[in-house]
Ligand binder design. Sequence first.
Ligand SMILES: [Zn+2]
Ligand SMILES: [Zn+2]
Length: 356
Amino acid sequence: MSAMSEPSTMMRAALLENFGTLTIADVPVPEPATGEVLVKVLACGLCGTDLKIVRGSFEGTWPPQLPFIIGHEWSGQVAALGPGTERSGLAVGDRVVAENHAGCGSCPMCRQGRYNLCERVRDPGFKLYGHTAPGALAQYAVRPAIVLHKLPDEVSDEAGALINQAALTVHAGRRVELTPGSTVAVFGPGLLGLLMTQVALASGATTVIMVGRGPRLQTAIELGSTYVVDYEQAEPIAEIRGLTGGRGVDYVFDCSGNPDVVGQLLRSVRRGGKVALLGLTGGAVAQLPLDLLALDEIDVLGIRSSPNAYPATIQMFARRLIRTEPLTREIYSLDNVADAFVALQQRTAIRPIVVM
Ligand SMILES: [Zn+2]
Ligand SMILES: [Zn+2]
């Protein structure tokens, strides 16, 4: 079926009916309500959060109930406009990517433009797509027009599925106010770290050091890392200090989500430097060297979602300031979604992408 044609009333979806496994099932195509758009899904990436949701790690919250459709890193094509979206700037056939939620629009944080911190995010009924409202691991999804952004021809469907994570790294770069000529360390060569590296370089960083292990360090070099540190071979703090004349880097981005590296993050940054935390640790608690934080005036910044970052990120993809080829090689069909999860779990794929 072409995206231009009228959608059928049923669609295929990877349904979470019981924790631990997804079932491919036929379910009704959702109807766009006022302000919403029906989108035919083209490609949907799977991440560690999806893995945890399927396992039931957030049972009762993400999702609030079963059955449920996961998937929040995706691209699609507008299939139908719901009532009240005539002036959204969207048309049937447009390829789009979607933010995970629209803020309520009226709380103090939303009114400051920081809708990633919407104060109603935990209210019952708040739609965090793929978490508390239906995601995109299905042939169709509905979204408010306001969360959709058009994808130019230069960005492929599969690359579009990486925009969600790349926008998080753009937000991180903005939060630390990354300046040209700066030195950077990135911990964790997963998708987030490999995107963060490129955003740092595109923002003018002249030294970008990746800390990690395994073959992904090679991918980091391929994507522009100036140095890589294999923590199984060398001590990261000493290496980073050695590469920066003993000072430490201006900015550290933690994309590892590993609570055990907090001490390393704080000792890798220079006096007055900034440490941004992008990865979630699953509720872990870490020990902090408080005197070091105080005496070196180190700023530690939490990074959540990607407010106002999609348009810039899409342009960075289109202009190839962020390259995606090594990151979009693991493609699965919806029928083979189980294999995609195995690849994710066993870390054989940087980002498994399901095409519909
Ligand atoms: Zn994700
Ligand atoms: Zn709000």
